[in-house]
Design a protein around this ligand. Structure first.
Ligand code: SF4
Ligand code: SF4
Length: 295
């Protein structure tokens, strides 16, 4: 019949309208029963997706409980057990960051030798697009995504350029925000450490067996890997072998042609710190817009 769909739609709207009041009465105060109290009138509500009735959360007094995989801007992890940054200033996150909003300066000792830790680490969070590439590509689990989304400030610069201090959080904070992911990562780490320990023990045992076999072998004969002693070559035989090897190498060079291998087109040239003049670095550092610069 003409207009049936229209009536059905209006019925659904009416149902939701009525439920808003009936469910509200039914759920209050159960709506707040499992909520996390943050103080007088302030709470975090775990609102189920199938909830009916009153859905409005009275922000900012009430906030929704965020799912674990929610991500906003990155945070750097501080290993409280070791008392150091997890970051090694490898620069991978800065390379993969699509809008290039990460700026890292590697630390150096008093002799100028690079140290595997960042001296400076900046993220322009006004540019960050929360893609999480930096966290996914970091080989040291040193950068993860924070849940903190209340970042409003009056001025973009310099408030929204976060430095290392602002970005760094203890690893326990990450464990509390991302409990499942943290547990999975710790399990992988534990297994890798166990494997490493087993390998080290096997290596030590093999070395001990080799040393024992060497000690028990007759003098003048070096034991091979299979345990059999290899015959010793005379100096003349060794010289002849060297000459044969040199002749084979010369023949191979002749076959390949004398021209040196050309640099492949598109090969990446990596600019190292000592090729960038200090005044240029200083001027880059003072730029209001933070750009990527890996030294
Ligand atoms: S990829 Fe990880 S370890 Fe490397 S610089 Fe970025 S945060 Fe540090
Ligand atoms: S989340 Fe994405 S955009 Fe933001 S810093 Fe990481 S890689 Fe860059």
């Amino acid at each position: 019949m003409f207009g049936t769909g229209l009536l059905k739609g209006l019925g659904v709207t009416l149902k939701h309208f009525v439920e808003t009041y009936t469910d509200d009465r039914k759920d209050v105060p159960s709506r707040y029963e499992d909520s996390i109290k943050l103080g007088e009138g302030w709470r975090v509500i775990d609102q189920p997706i199938d909830q009916e009735g009153l859905l409005t959360i009275q922000y900012p007094e009430e906030k929704r409980l965020l799912p674990e995989r929610f991500r906003f801007i990155p945070m750097l992890l501080w290993d409280t057990e070791k008392g150091e940054d997890r970051c090694t200033a490898c620069g991978i996150c800065a390379k993969v960051c699509p809008p290039q909003c990460i700026w890292i300066v590697r630390d150096a000792d008093e002799k100028g030798k690079p140290i595997t830790r960042p001296a400076e680490f900046f993220i322009d969070v006004s540019i960050c697009m929360s893609c999480s590439f930096c966290a996914e590509f970091c080989p040291f689990d040193a950068i993860k995504m924070n849940h903190d989304y209340e970042l409003a400030v009056y001025d973009r610069y310099p408030q929204l350029v976060y430095d290392k201090e602002e970005l760094t959080v203890p690893v326990e904070y990450y464990a509390a925000l991302w409990p499942d992911q943290y547990a999975a990562e710790e399990e992988v780490r534990r297994k890798a450490e166990e494997e490493e320990r087993a390998k080290a023990a096997a290596r030590a045992q093999a070395q001990a067996e080799k040393a024992a076999a060497k000690a028990s072998a007759p003098a003048g004969a070096a034991p091979s890997e299979g345990g059999e002693a290899k015959p010793k070559r005379s100096p003349e035989e060794l010289e002849a072998l060297k000459q044969q090897a040199a002749a084979r190498a010369a023949a191979a060079r002749e076959k390949a042609g004398a021209a040196p291998a050309a640099v492949k087109a598109g090969a990446q040239v990596i600019i190292t710190e000592n090729r960038i003049p200090a005044p240029v670095i200083e001027s880059l550092r003072s730029l209001p817009v933070v750009r990527r610069l890996i030294l």
